[in-house]
Design a protein around this ligand. Structure first.
Ligand SMILES: [Zn+2]
Length: 299
């Protein structure tokens, strides 16, 4: 333990902010490359379906080893979050069917952010299911240029920060957590399981990719403000069950291995949420500090 002088303690207005700051201080600084490699894994892992499974309540995993897709099941049809690469869509369909659901019951398709590894397959999902595709306004320009095989990117409803998506008594809230993309979206919802209600957070991504320019980025001068806003939102969300656009964000493989072996549901992991924010924030703050003190870019 260490003691904090009273004057400094005043800076931490809430216990949550204090614990977040403490955790950040204890976390090693991840490099952008380490974070990127952890998230995307190998080419093979990006396309190899992971065994589909129930996470909790009406929430299921239907993605690959390193690219997450989630299925929210309701009495009025289902919501799919992230189509990932188009090549993965048949595998997602099979995972949905292996769980005993119909892919054609997918009524709404949501996304985490406008990168190909998360939303390239949107047009194919729309073709196969007729789902309404909804996207955060700030990501629409990037999605509109995502045209696998020349297919235009479907967008049926444009969302704004705080908007809700409701189907069959289930409501998801879209939180704008920008930086990684302009419209990067973190989804929250409540799930019921064994008489209890839990807060789920599906992290869009606060990752800084290798080669990213934060300081003096002429093409994207607001990028630091976006990341700061994104982290503020991430810290403000209540979370019992952390999930993310890459399963490594919540240690899916380790948790999956514990399923069915007795004990509490391994996906209930409020500390894991804080740890993941600390990891992603360490990479961002490390890169920011490096660029603030290092030589100016050559461009
Ligand atoms: Zn991304």
């Amino acid at each position: 333990m260490f003691r904090i002088p009273a004057s400094h303690a005043l800076a931490f207005t809430t216990a949550a902010a204090f614990s977040a700051a403490l955790l950040w201080a204890q976390t090693k600084t991840w490099t952008p490359q380490e974070l990127f490699t952890r998230n995307v894994g190998t080419k093979e892992q990006q396309t190899k379906p992971f065994p589909p499974h129930k996470i909790i309540g009406n929430l299921y995993y239907v993605g690959t080893e390193t690219l997450a897709s989630f299925l929210v099941v309701t009495p009025e049809g289902n919501i799919l979050i992230d189509s990932t690469y188009e090549v993965n869509v048949p595998g997602i369909k099979k995972s949905v069917e292996d769980l005993g659901f119909k892919f054609s019951d997918t009524k709404i398709l949501l996304g985490s952010h406008a990168h190909g590894d998360h939303q390239e397959g949107d047009a194919m999902v729309k073709e196969l299911t007729g789902a309404k595709v909804m996207a955060m306004a700030e990501d629409v320009p990037a999605l509109e240029v995502m045209k696998p095989g020349g297919k235009p990117h479907p967008i049926d409803r444009v969302l704004h920060d705080g908007d809700t998506v409701t189907l069959g008594g289930v409501t998801l809230v879209a939180h704008l957590t920008p930086g990684h993309t302009h419209g990067c979206t973190t989804w929250t919802m409540k799930v019921q399981d064994a008489g209890k209600t839990y807060d789920v957070v599906i992290i869009g991504s606060m990752g800084v990719n290798p080669g990213l320019r934060l300081v003096n980025n002429a093409k994207n001068p607001g990028i630091i403000d976006e990341y700061e806003r994104g982290f503020r939102v991430m810290h403000s969300l209540a979370c019992d069950i952390p999930l993310g656009s890459h399963p490594a964000m919540y240690n899916m493989t380790e948790k999956y291995a514990k399923l069915g072996k007795g004990g509490p549901n391994p996906f209930i992991d409020p500390e894991g949420y804080k740890t993941e924010i600390a990891i992603e924030e360490s990479a961002y703050r490390g890169l920011l500090a490096e660029q603030q003190t290092g030589p100016a870019p050559k461009n």
